[in-house]
Structure formats: structure tokens, C-alpha cells
Design a protein around this ligand. Structure first.
Ligand SMILES: [Zn+2]
Ligand SMILES: [Zn+2]
Length: 322
């Protein structure tokens, strides 16, 4: 599919009678009542109502007559309505750029063209979806702020200790992956090639002279490959746990070492030292550290002053004080 660019008439509805869908370029006055076209009320037609303009010489957006406010083509030197010179007339307001989405519906584009110089910017249409997203984000921010600031004092008692040491195990194996054929890793075996489909978007923008331009742009088609390649991948993990009564140890791995298919190796090592606390009314809390010495320092049965977050109801582990 090759890109194309076509020019069509914008439409307008007469403000003085019931005439609708008049042509922006060819009908500057209502054929029924003679009422003048208001360029600020021009709109994009539906795909069914599109009227093409052949060999349209574009000379720029219309100017508003400084004397009678009638929109005039840039080709004119003087207003055909009142005779005033058009010099100093402002450009008419234009519709924002739109993009055709899936299903063929037209949506405004965020990165539309700037409003013409001197013209009042068209009022931004806030979409309902944008408003909902904004409210959700605002609510989340408020919750985060409340979580960080709203805390109540409490007394907690150390009730238990647990350590956990874990080592991930990886296996060298054949895995299937997908990607552009141009970036298949070396040593990979291609098992399938996907038909390349370009993605196209159609955009339309107001020319400001009663017409608009529709342009289709397609991205280059990228051929997709499915391939098999040997690489290390996560297989499982082995862990050891215990309390204060057992010295922390790393789990012992029995691996089939090497770089054969099916060979194994140790992956990431992680350790965590958790202290459990009991608060008022038997409520349980816990804090985890990576430092075993810090963990041991919390003697079982010892009481600590602490802050409990009102939002979330958990213990602020940095607030613990004897
Ligand atoms: Zn009319
Ligand atoms: Zn005029």
C-alpha cells in the first residue's frame, strides 16, 4: 500500500436556516437563505459524506475580514462582502488534526497543529476517558501521600524470627522466541517466517480554507521470524529456611554443570531476615532485612514503639524504637 494524500471539502451547517452539510470551499453562502458561512463552525464530514476537491491549489488558510468578520480566501485582496482591504485580517480557527483508529472512528490527535497565529485557540475538547484517568491518578497520589504521612503510634512485641536463603537454578536449553528476522541471534534455528503486514494510519488536518487534507501513512513491513535458540533460562529455585535456633545456611545445589543442553547453573542468590511483631489486640506485623546482625538484635519478647500506617495498616519498619 502506497501513501496517498487527498483533499476534501469541510462541511458547515447554516446558522440562519435548517440547511446542513454545506460545502466549506464551494459554498461560502447558504444557497437557501444566503446566510454567510461561519468558518469557526466547519467540521470534518463522515466518510460517507466526503466530497473530493480535484486539483486544489492551496494558498493558505482563510482570512477573517477585519471589518465585517466574513471569511475570505487568501486569493482575495478585498472583502467581497463589504469591500474592506483584508490586510491585517486574522486566520480563521481550524479543527485539530484527527487520526483514524481501529474500527474506522476518527479521534483527535494530541500532537495536533498549533492554532494559527493571532487566532483564538479552539477550546480544547477534554475527552471523558482523559477525565477518568486524571481522577484515578489523582486518587492514587492522594492515597500515596496519606500512606506516607498518616501514621498512628503503637507498641509492638517481638514474637518470632525467620531467615530465608534462596538460590535460583537455571538450565541451558532450547527455547522458542519471536522477533524481526533481521535481528535473530546467531546460532538460532528459524522455524517459521511470518508474513509482513505494514501498519497504516490515516490522518486528516484542516487546511483552513474550507478543505481538509487526508493522508495515509504506512510503516515499513517487518518480516517476523519464529526461531529456536539455546540459552540459559530460569528453571526453579532451592531454598533453606529456619529460625533463631538454626544458623542461616545456603542451600546445597546438586547441578549437572557444563554448557550442554540440559546443563544447569546457579542463578541469583537472595536472603531475607524477617522479624514478626504482635501489636494491640493480637495484630501481626513483620519487617524484613537483608542484614542478619540487625535481625538478631531484636530479642524475642522485647517491646518497641512504632508507627502504624493508617492507609494499608502495616508497620513502618523504619520507625521501630526500643
Ligand atoms: Zn441558510
Ligand atoms: Zn468584509
Amino acid at each position: 500500500m502506497s501513501p496517498y494524500e487527498k483533499t476534501y471539502e469541510m462541511l458547515w451547517d447554516c446558522e440562519y436556516c435548517s440547511e446542513k452539510k454545506l460545502l466549506g470551499l464551494s459554498q461560502r453562502f447558504c444557497p437557501t437563505c444566503g446566510g454567510p458561512q461561519n468558518p469557526a463552525k466547519r467540521y470534518f464530514p463522515s466518510d460517507a459524506d466526503k466530497v473530493a476537491v480535484e486539483d486544489h491549489p492551496y494558498v493558505g488558510a482563510d482570512l477573517t475580514c477585519p471589518a465585517c468578520r466574513q471569511a475570505m480566501s487568501r486569493r482575495c485582496n478585498n472583502c467581497s462582502n463589504c469591500g474592506s482591504p483584508l490586510q491585517g485580517g486574522r486566520e480563521v480557527a481550524m479543527r485539530g488534526q484527527e487520526q483514524q483508529g481501529q474500527g474506522g472512528a476518527w479521534q483527535p490527535r494530541d500532537a495536533g497543529p498549533m492554532p494559527p497565529q493571532g487566532a483564538a485557540p479552539a477550546p480544547a475538547k477534554k475527552s471523558r476517558a482523559g477525565l477518568v484517568i486524571g481522577l484515578v491518578v489523582l486518587a492514587l497520589v492522594v492515597l500515596l501521600v496519606l500512606r506516607a504521612t498518616l501514621k498512628k503510634d503503637a507498641e509492638v512485641t517481638v514474637s518470632g524470627h525467620e531467615w530465608r536463603r534462596e538460590i535460583a537454578v537455571e538450565r541451558f536449553d532450547e527455547v522458542e522466541d519471536k522477533g524481526p528476522c533481521s535481528s535473530v541471534p546467531s546460532g538460532a534455528r528459524i522455524v517459521a517466517r511470518g508474513k509482513a503486514e505494514p501498519t497504516c494510519t490515516t490522518k486528516r488536518s484542516d487546511n483552513g480554507d474550507g478543505t481538509f487534507k487526508e493522508k495515509k501513512e504506512c510503516t515499513e513491513a517487518v518480516e517476523q521470524c519464529t526461531y529456536k535458540v539455546e540459552r540459559w533460562k530460569a528453571l526453579s529455585s532451592v531454598k533453606e529456611t529456619g529460625g533463631l535456633d538454626r544458623e542461616p545456611v545456603w542451600p546445597v545445589l546438586r547441578l549437572r554443570e557444563g554448557t550442554c543442553r540440559g546443563c544447569e547453573r546457579a542463578g541469583e542468590k537472595t536472603e531475607a531476615y524477617k522479624v514478626s511483631f504482635t501489636g494491640a489486640a493480637g495484630k501481626e506485623f513483620s519487617c524484613s532485612w537483608k542484614d542478619a546482625a540487625k535481625w538478631r538484635a531484636y530479642t524475642k519478647g522485647a517491646k518497641f514503639k512504632a508507627k502504624i500506617r493508617v492507609v494499608g495498616g502495616d508497620l513502618d519498619c523504619d520507625s521501630l524504637k526500643p
